[in-house]
Design a protein around this ligand. Structure first.
Ligand code: AR6
Length: 328
């Protein structure tokens, strides 16, 4: 998945580069900085001494020593002063500069902590927004796998107003499910309604029938490629918007009978901005349905109904509610 939010200790990430939320001296500190230096060993500090510090919003790269990655990219986030001192721009620059260094070093995978969201006091949800937006913009032009490593999922959701609407949507739909069950129970005892007969005059003409049968035979991959064309998108526009990497897309493209996972199939429905019914059709082709007994499904349905097809925002919400993310 090009952008993935995970819960982990960043020093354990097996990626090409991890990013350190450092201070301008680059000589170590607490938080993630302390953890990275401890895990890398004293050679990291030795190398950092020769770098001459780093300005806020910039980044520098070093070796990784005893860490399971190849490089450490040190960046200095802004201290939060209320948001009126250009903090957002500086924070965004941290992500961009780090990604540029990673690209120049030939990295294919990079893991970031939530820069500035600890000792530097940047509000967590806003820090996450800046991270997701800046990394998302970078990934539109580059092939890379980026992990946002969040240490503590529980505190992630609490107090975040934007997730409250989703919370009540989930509640409402669980309620609906119970009501539906009741309705079914109440209808027992009524004579069953006979199924409508298919009269010959209602049958499709042979030409239409062939077309209809062709549609039934259409595989997931064929439907996807057809819809990409109908939307006037390029393949790359579509898989990037779906948070899917090029390799997986090529597999789907070349294998007519490819069976994607549900998060992959839904990611394409989001990238294509399909309304709910069409999203269901695409899912069906992969053998799945949207169900009201799954939080994952209800959250995705919520965003589709809102007309919000921003996959990164959807993934932030899925992460907050402990669900799988969309993409591969
Ligand atoms: N893995 C992933 N995330 C972590 C880890 C870890 N091992 N440890 C902490 N975090 P902070 P800042 C999260 O304070 O706000 C240092 O002293 C943490 O929960 O490390 O940019 C530097 O030397 C938080 O969400 O960095 C600077 O002086 C995020 O990492 C100053 O702190 C960043 O928290 C920089 O402050």
């Amino acid at each position: 998945m090009p952008l993935n939010i995970v819960r982990n200790d960043i020093t354990k990430m097996k990626v090409d580069a991890i990013v350190n939320a450092a201070n301008p001296s680059l000589l170590g500190g607490g938080g993630v900085d302390g953890a990275i230096h401890r895990a890398a060993g004293p050679e990291l500090l030795e190398e950092c001494r020769g770098l001459g510090g780093c300005e806020t919003g910039s980044a520098k790269i070093t070796g990784a020593y005893r860490l399971p990655c190849k490089y450490v990219i040190h960046t200095v986030g802004p201290v939060w002063h209320g948001g009126l001192l250009g903090e957002r721009k500086l924070l965004s620059s941290c992500y961009r500069e780090s990604l540029n260094l990673a690209r120049d070093a030939g990295c294919e995978s990079v893991a970031f902590p939530l820069i500035s969201a600890g000792a530097y006091g940047y509000p967590r949800d806003r820090a996450l927004d800046v991270a997701v937006e800046t990394i998302g913009a970078f990934l539109r032009d580059h092939e890379m796998t980026v992990y946002l490593v969040v240490f503590d999922r529980a505190s992630f959701r609490i107090g975040e107003r934007r997730f409250q609407a989703i919370e009540s949507y989930i509640d409402d739909h669980y309620v609906d499910l119970r009501l539906d069950k009741n309705r079914r129970v109440q209808s027992v005892g009524f004579p069953p309604t006979p199924a409508p007969m298919a009269y010959p005059q209602e049958c499709a003409a042979p030409g239409d029938l062939r077309e209809a049968l062709d549609m039934i035979d259409e595989s997931f991959s064929e439907m996807l490629l057809r819809k990409i064309d109908e939307k006037g998108m390029t393949d790359a526009q579509c898989y990037k918007k779906a948070n899917i990497d090029r390799k997986l897309f090529s597999k789907i493209r070349s294998d007519r009978l490819y069976k994607p996972s549900k998060p992959t199939a839904l990611a394409f429905a989001i990238a294509l901005e399909l309304p709910l019914e069409e999203a269901r059709e695409l899912l069906e082709k992969a053998g799945f349905a949207l169900s009201h007994s799954s939080k994952f499904d209800i959250i995705v349905e919520y965003f589709i109904r809102q007309g919000n097809y921003n996959i990164y925002e959807i993934n932030e919400a899925l992460f907050a509610f402990d669900q799988s993310l969309l993409g591969n």
